[in-house]
Design a protein around this ligand. Structure first.
Ligand SMILES: Cc1cc2nc3c(=O)[nH]c(=O)nc-3n(C[C@H](O)[C@H](O)[C@H](O)COP(=O)(O)O)c2cc1C
Length: 259
């Protein structure tokens, strides 16, 4: 209950203090009239088809490359993903360098063939506790989200309570870092769904040695290991083989309605 309360208050802070010029620079007038009704953007069948069509692609066709415009579109869906307190605790490395892909191959068995053949390879980094401190939080709430000082202060108090009490993020650095890493999976999911919707295959990947991946990227100067860690990886491209059919537990087994 307290958690919900905090989020309601944060939303209030955002509503009252939002600076239009900072956040509302995307033109929605093409699709939204003034009635406040949420526009229907896609039909359900199209979206469901996409979820059935998406599969964890095992073998990519190395001759097919994603266009820059299409990949920018996929990355934009990552950038627009939601995050707890709007802290955007991530960075996305697009690894196109063949030598680095080769080095990654040695520490990422679950990604090996994908690194050779996929069109685009993304490493999703998450911010560690040291990079999510009060100065970063106040920049996000103030300069990025456009809240005035008193609203930033409110958010900081909510966050302290959330971290200390509700989610116990301060119990260990690992708890805090895992909380940030979990959120990158939302961006990952959005990228994969968006890719499917424009006919591009993808693979989510945890098949790598995390410590070795962190070391390698730090050595290459691609991240500061005190501030970032590798959360998860993803390949994008075009399939070389037809996937096997989808298998899932039934809805009855998976979902319980509590009324
Ligand atoms: C977090 C996560 C990590 C995964 N890691 C790998 C991986 O390292 N290599 C791989 O080939 N597939 C990986 N997969 C793919 C899963 O095996 C696959 O999503 C699952 O079997 C369901 O199949 P589908 O995605 O084709 O529906 C991963 C999936 C997720 C969500």
């Amino acid at each position: 209950m307290r958690c919900v309360h905090i989020y309601v208050l944060q939303t209030f802070a955002a509503l009252f203090y939002l600076d239009d010029e900072i956040t509302c620079n995307y033109d929605l007038s093409r699709i939204q009239d003034k009635s406040l009704e949420f526009p229907m953007l896609a039909d359900k069948q199209t979206v469901l088809d996409a979820f059935h069509l998406r599969h964890a692609c095992k073998k990519y066709d190395p001759s097919k490359k994603i266009s820059r415009a299409d990949f920018d579109f996929i990355l934009e869906t990552a950038r627009l993903s939601p995050s707890s307190f709007g802290l955007e605790p991530w960075r996305f490395l697009v690894i196109q360098n063949p030598a680095l892909r080769k080095e990654l191959r040695g520490i990422a068995s679950g990604a090996a063939e994908k690194l050779d053949a996929c069109s685009h390879f993304v490493i999703l980094l998450s911010r560690k506790q040291a990079a999510l401190q009060a100065d970063y939080r106040s920049r996000m709430w103030g300069a990025v989200q456009g809240m005035p000082a008193e609203a930033v202060e409110m958010c900081e108090a909510f966050f302290q309570n959330f971290a200390e009490h509700d989610f116990r993020l301060n119990e260990s650095p690992r708890a805090f870092d895992d909380w940030a890493a979990k959120q990158t999976y939302i961006a990952l999911a959005n990228m994969m769904t968006a890719a499917t919707l424009i006919g591009i295959d993808s693979t989510p990947m945890e098949g790598f040695d995390m410590a070795a991946a962190n070391r390698l990227l730090a050595e290459k100067g691609l991240m500061n290991p005190d501030e970032f860690q590798v959360a998860v990886m993803a390949a994008f491209g075009y399939r070389a083989d037809e996937p096997r059919g989808k298998t899932r537990l039934s809805a009855e087994e998976m979902i319980e309605w509590v009324e």
